[in-house]
Design a protein around this ligand. Structure first.
Ligand SMILES: [Zn+2]
Ligand SMILES: [Zn+2]
Length: 167
């Protein structure tokens, strides 16, 4: 959604509050988002320059990196940018939010990007999740299987051969 800051630009007001939802439905790297990002914030006239401060949060579903159990989480970010009427150079794009020709700010894409960047690289259902047995695939948090995972030490085979020869 566009945030209209015309009253701020014409100095009618010193502050504009906003709160709205950004629809988001896609999955990203194993994360499935609930259908919207909730955004709330304000644009302030700081006397000479303007600053936009917002908080954005979204619920997501993902699975445990070790046992694949579904888990839910919430990602919340602080989004702060200086507002610029125009940019001096392309390099400044990430630091500023540009006022468009309709005296509006649009931050939805930047918010989505920042949410995605702040997601944890991997999530665990619990800190000490034991994961799945690589052999039988059972969830080791719930079941104790009797799979032997260690390969027998090849040196024992040599010893065995010696003792068999000796007999
Ligand atoms: Zn787990
Ligand atoms: Zn097993």
């Amino acid at each position: 959604m566009d945030i209209n800051i015309k009253p701020l630009l014409s100095s009618e007001v010193r502050k504009i509050n906003f709160s709205y939802d950004i629809p988001i439905s896609h999955s990203e790297g194993g994360y499935k988002f609930s259908d919207k990002i909730f955004v709330k914030g304000e644009v302030k006239d700081m006397g000479g320059y303007m600053v936009l401060e917002a908080k954005a949060k979204v619920d997501y579903e993902t699975e445990c990196a070790r046992c694949l159990k579904p888990i839910t989480g919430q990602c919340e970010i602080d989004f702060v940018r200086e507002v610029a009427l125009k940019l001096e150079s392309k390099d400044e794009e990430g630091e500023y939010i540009l006022v468009n020709e309709n005296s509006c700010l649009s931050i939805d894409e930047a918010i989505k990007e920042e949410i995605i960047l702040s997601l944890p690289l991997r999530s665990l259902c619990k800190e000490d999740c034991k994961g799945l047995c690589p052999k039988c695939g059972c969830n080791k948090n719930e079941t104790e299987c009797s799979c032997v995972l260690k390969e027998p030490d090849p040196r024992w085979n040599i010893l065995k051969t010696f003792s068999e020869k000796g007999e």
